[in-house]
Design a protein around this ligand. Structure first.
Ligand code: ZN
Length: 246
């Protein structure tokens, strides 16, 4: 916030995005990102904050905590009803004054890079542009990765790089580049390190190491955007028109 660094990655554990005000849930004890939001609002003099949650599981904690609060835009990109069960529906859009400021993108099971990239470009980017946050926080889970045991999406480092570029561009537009990614889930000991490295390389503007798994998982079928994935994203994109600069 004081400009000492361009952006940041908080490599924290345990994860936080399932935690609710009254209880922990799903490996999470405290909702780290939500605490950061309220700290920034109370102590750092900013009001309008966006949370982008790309963990493969629904960001139910932020939805519950900020659902009535139009000062916090919450966008969750997740696998359709993976965890918590039956959570994260398209129709959950916030309540009261917060209506329209909670966006769920429940991607069909088996979505690969094309679907994730289309969601980033069609919903996440435009929603952030409309909201014009002063700070962008990301609940950065790597469990959409193609080898993860706790979900069934098939994203490679290409998908995570697009997501990272999307939030960086949004932060540059309205938040003077202020962007912090906060570690959430990710359970493949083989592929999470490559996904994390590609994400942090993108944040830092450097390239250190090639993704050694990409020649395998990147060459599998289905990475192109599928019609049923496009239909879901296009449906959610209609909700972006309800996001306004408060
Ligand atoms: Zn997760």
């Amino acid at each position: 916030m004081n400009g000492t660094v361009d952006n940041g990655y908080a490599l924290v554990n345990p994860a936080g995005h399932h935690a609710l005000p009254e209880t922990g849930l799903g490996f999470c004890i405290f909702n780290n990102v939500a605490v950061a939001v309220r700290h920034a609002q109370a102590e750092l003099g900013i009001e309008r904050i966006a949370i982008v949650d790309w963990d493969v599981h629904h960001g139910n904690g932020a939805q519950a905590i900020f659902g009535e609060d139009p000062s916090v835009l919450t966008v969750s990109l997740h696998q359709d009803r993976c965890f918590p069960p039956n959570s994260g529906l398209v129709t959950d859009r916030g309540t009261g004054a917060g209506h329209g400021y909670n966006i769920n993108i429940p991607m069909p099971v088996g979505t690969r890079d094309g679907g994730y990239q289309y969601a980033a470009q069609t919903v996440i980017g435009p929603a952030l542009e409309a909201f014009a946050p002063e700070l962008v926080l990301v609940a950065s889970g790597f469990d959409p990765n193609a080898m993860d045991p706790l979900a069934r999406q098939l994203v490679t480092t290409r998908g995570f790089i697009t997501l990272t570029e999307t939030v960086m561009a949004a932060a540059d537009r309205s938040a003077q580049g202020r962007l912090v990614l906060v570690q959430e889930g990710g359970y493949s000991p083989v592929y999470v390190p490559f996904c994390g490295l590609a994400t942090i390389e993108t944040l830092a503007g450097v390239h250190v190491l090639d993704d050694a798994i990409l020649p395998v998982v990147g060459g599998m079928g289905g990475h192109d955007l599928e019609p049923h994935q496009k239909a879901l994203v296009d449906l959610v994109a209609e909700h972006v028109t309800d996001v306004h600069h408060p």
